[in-house]
Design a protein around this ligand. Structure first.
Ligand code: PHE
Ligand code: ZN
Length: 863
């Protein structure tokens, strides 16, 4: 191991939940005046302040990277001091007006937090703590203010000027400049502030709310992208109608604008009345976006729109409550998407994502409860745990209270806390009070990290016609939490007769303690256990079911999720057996897949999900010590067997799912999905014409789903068609950033042994840049998620990833920090790999000027 000493002068101090105190000062209103320019922007801000804490305490305002030009109180030069980044103003009284003038440099802002430039557009990102990079302000979510905004800018460069709320004035100024004024009547925390200036055009539409108000909708993009905004607009209108119907929530301003930008750290942002999106979640047309992209656009548009109530009207008291808005809003967008198409497929996709990202997070050094106790940098807590496990915890309440009870709870929550900054506790309390239930123990889900393990064993007493189901739970230790208490776990359970296939029981069992026995009477044959149906709880279930029982469930369970799950378990058991013993009998999997493929009653989209093999990373996650090569070999061998043994069926399905022309409908999407899955199995099975079929699909495709699907199959192969398709893809889409991202990521995700070298070479490609988060995620994020490629035994993958983290950290710490977690999984690898991973983490930690973001992730990962 390298001997690296930490040169970090002083580790940045954590912020703790228990230290929360109400703000010393409130800011009922703020007037902002922006003199906009990419090189230099002047920001004049006038706060009306009100004392909320101890008499005599000075006014303390957060700031970061601001050039302070002037401070006044009630118009007169003020008595102030700078304490680090903080501006301290003395002698301020309630009702005073505090004015500051600062200069900022949007074009030099590579962190993409605060006011920055993206392809000629000026835009803002303030969540979580970006507003302090725009002006001095108490940058915390429990300070709510009314905002007025005036912007002036060069009219030719920035013909469109947008901000939160409603437009109230605009006009021309001298020197080719113009101005616009916006007014947001709803008090909001500063993280929801936004402005945009640019040469944009809008796809405009209208929505009439349930009470008959007309809302003007605009989706603003660069003029050439206008034709790609229709899907997002349809999704927006569907979301607005859905939130009225399902949650009784109506939109509250006269305008709702969305702007798409190319450089964005996350997916999108719910700024009040002015959502700002990563363009990948707005732009879609058949030639450039896959069906998955279309679904993601609709899901993210819905998510941000839903935040208007779950996040904006009711916001968070402090950042420890982040899951209050994110978990709930993810749950809402999941429900919305389920209602738009196949609920079963949506659930499968969501659980797949949870297991791929959140389960490893919850089992590793960065594990944290959905309501964390402390953080060094809050940006590191926009995690799968806060979002996706958070959504599962909301979903469990929905499951236990039923749809109507849950709605009573959300109605009460919105009624009680409208206009306030609330806590997770407030949400649970509203659920309790509206339903007369006690959720005291359920609250542990907010406080304890780690994925619970449920052991289920079923015993049948033939003579008594009785089945005994014994359930036990264990919540594993996680950093800072050595011992855990049992939590209520809602498990949907059914029993099926082994001989008759009859369903004997179908109920919701809430496992309350460490162990519980449940008795089922009237069971005259050996029962087969179907458990955690619909994935009713975010847990790992160990049920010890035979291959025969899993095959039975995969063919006969009436719960589609449980059917999928049984197949996954069967595949997993087979793969783990093969890894342990060097070989396994693929017969039961082949038979189960054959039955699924031949079942005429199944939706093709469901079939495509059900027959997909668990990912290499997920298989690794089931192993005490991950052996990436053995996993890869076992998985490829099983895929080859399935491909060869079922070749006729794959061919028939491939032919049957070939469409004449593109259509965007659930049925057509399902057909396309199954088509590429069939193609990939034909390829895996070694069909001689597979590469030719793929090339044909690639050339003939009239949509990106088929084209990218074919490319994804070819890119794993040695076929000569591979290079040709990659080159053709690049030539066709050169200059289209979102599609070139796909070209990078498809290569980074390849299972070929040369992927590490290819990725390194691509990092020198003229189209690669560290400064665009989408491009970085496509290549480096893809590589980091590619288990085989990252974990090559010589450690070169780790070194490359660490080099990238260090380089990106200089530009964009948030994005750099998000590349760290794969290196933190060292405890799960052999000693040689683990040492190499730790050496790279130590090398990062020793670097000069490391950001807080990367420092936190790396130091916790070293543990
Ligand atoms: N609040 C945004 C969302 O979920 C995510 C986000 C966080 C975006 C921080 C930008 C910065 O919906
Ligand atoms: Zn969100």
């Amino acid at each position: 191991m390298l001997d690296v000493q930490t040169t970090q002068a002083a580790a940045p101090a954590p912020t703790r939940r228990e230290d929360y105190r109400p703000p010393e000062w409130l800011v009922p209103s703020i007037d902002l005046d922006f003199d906009l320019g990419a090189e230099r922007t002047l920001v004049r801000s006038r706060l009306t302040v009100e004392r909320n804490g101890a008499e005599g305490a000075p006014l303390r305002l957060d700031g970061e990277n601001l050039t302070l030009l002037d401070v006044r109180v009630n118009g007169a030069p003020a008595d102030y001091a700078l304490d680090g980044d903080m501006l301290i103003v003395e002698g301020v009284n309630s009702g005073d007006s505090v004015e500051t003038t600062v200069a900022i440099q949007p074009a030099a802002n590579t962190q993409l937090m605060g006011l920055y430039a993206s392809g000629g557009i000026l835009c803002t990102q303030c969540e979580a703590e970006g507003f302090r990079r725009i002006t001095f302000f108490p940058d915390r979510p429990d300070v709510l203010s009314r905002y007025t905004v005036r912007m002036s800018a060069d009219k030719a460069l920035y013909p469109v000027l947008l901000a939160n709320g409603d437009p109230v004035g605009s006009g021309d100024l001298e020197g080719g400049r113009h101005y616009a004024e916006w007014n947001d009547p709803y008090p909001k925390p500063c993280y929801l502030f936004a402005l945009v200036a640019g040469d944009l055009q809008a796809n405009r539409d209208r929505f009439v709310t349930q009470s008959g108000r007309t809302v003007d909708l605009g989706i603003w993009v660069r003029p050439e992208d206008l034709p790609k905004t229709h899907h997002a607009m349809a999704a927006l209108k569907a979301s607005m109608a859905w939130d009225e119907k399902v949650y009784g929530r109506e939109y509250d301003l006269d305008v709702f604008n969305i702007v798409a930008v190319s450089d964005f750290n996350f997916g999108a942002m719910e700024n009040k009345g002015l959502n700002i999106f990563n363009s990948r979640y707005i732009l879609a047309d058949p030639d450039t976006a896959t069906d998955a992209d279309y679904d993601a656009v609709a899901g993210v548009v819905a998510h941000e729109y839903f935040h208007n109530w779950s996040g904006n009207r009711v916001t968070c008291r402090d950042w420890f409550q982040l899951s209050l808005k994110e978990g709930f809003t993810v749950f809402r967008d999941q429900q919305f998407s389920a209602d738009q198409g196949s609920a079963a497929v949506k659930r499968i996709e969501d659980v797949r994502a949870l297991r791929a990202i959140q389960f490893p997070e919850d089992a590793g050094p960065l594990a944290h409860p959905i309501r964390p106790e402390s953080y060094i940098e809050i940006s590191n807590f926009y995690t799968a745990t806060i979002y996706d496990k958070g959504a599962e915890i909301i979903r469990m309440m929905h499951t236990m209270l039923g749809g109507e009870g849950f709605r009573r709870g959300t109605d009460l929550y919105f009624e009680r806390h409208d206009g306030e900054a609330a806590t997770c506790e407030d949400f649970v309390k509203a659920m309790e009070d509206a339903n007369g239930v006690d959720l005291s123990r359920f609250r542990l889900w907010y406080a304890q990290a780690g994925t619970p393990r449920i052991t289920a064993s079923l015993r049948h007493d033939d003579a008594a016609g009785r089945a005994h189901l014994t359930l036990e739970q264990a919540v594993p230790p996680t950093p800072g939490q050595d011992s855990k208490q049992p939590m209520p776990v809602p498990l949907k359970v059914a029993l099926f007769g082994d001989l008759t296939g009859e369903k004997y029981a179908d109920r919701l069992i809430v496992l309350e303690g460490v162990a519980q026995e449940v008795i089922f009477d009237g069971i005259g044959e050996r029962p087969i256990l179907s458990i955690n149906r619909d994935f009713s709880a975010p847990v790992i279930v160990e049920a010890d079911r035979s291959a025969g029982d899993l095959a039975f469930l995969s063919a006969n369970d009436d719960n589609p999720f449980a059917r999928y799950e049984a197949m996954q378990q069967l595949m997993l058991d087979t793969l783990l057996g093969a890894i342990r013993n060097g070989a396994a009998d693929s017969g039961p999997v082949t038979e189960a897949v054959r039955r699924t493929l031949s079942d005429p009653n199944l939706d093709p989209a469901f079939i495509a999900e059900a027959v997909l093999m668990p990912s290499e990373a997920f298989i690794g996650d089931q192993m005490e010590m991950v052996d990436p090569n053995a996993i890869h070999i076992a998985r490829e061998a099983l895929r080859a067997d399935l491909g060869a043994d079922l070749e006729r069926l794959w061919r028939d399905l491939y032919a049957a799912t070939t469409a004449n022309r593109f259509e965007y409908s659930p049925a057509a999407k399902g057909a396309r999905r199954l088509r590429t899955v069939a193609l990939s199995y034909l390829m895996a099975g070694g069909a001689e014409d597979a590469a030719a079929l793929a090339r044909q699909q690639f050339d003939a495709a009239d949509n990106m789903t088929d084209r990218q699907g074919a490319l994804g199959v070819l890119v794993n192969s040695d076929a000569p068609e591979r290079e040709a398709a990659l080159a053709a893809f690049y030539d066709r889409y050169r200059g289209n950033a979102l599609v070139i991202d796909k070209w990078f990521s498809v290569q980074a995700l390849s299972t070929r042994p040369d992927t590490g070298a290819v990725v390194k070479a691509l990092a020198d490609h003229p189209d690669f840049t560290l400064s665009n988060p989408n491009r970085l995620r496509a290549l480096i994020g893809g590589f980091a998620a590619n288990q085989c490629a990252l974990h090559v035994a010589d450690g070169s993958g780790y070194r490359f990833l660490a080099d990238m983290i260090l380089a990106v950290d200089k530009l964009n710490p948030q994005t750099a920090a998000r590349l760290v977690p794969p290196l933190g999984r060292w405890r799960r690898f052999d000693a040689d790999r683990a040492d190499k991973m730790k050496a790279e983490l130590s090398r990062i930690l020793a670097a000069d000027d490391l950001s807080k973001d990367v420092f936190e992730q790396v130091s916790k990962s070293l543990g």
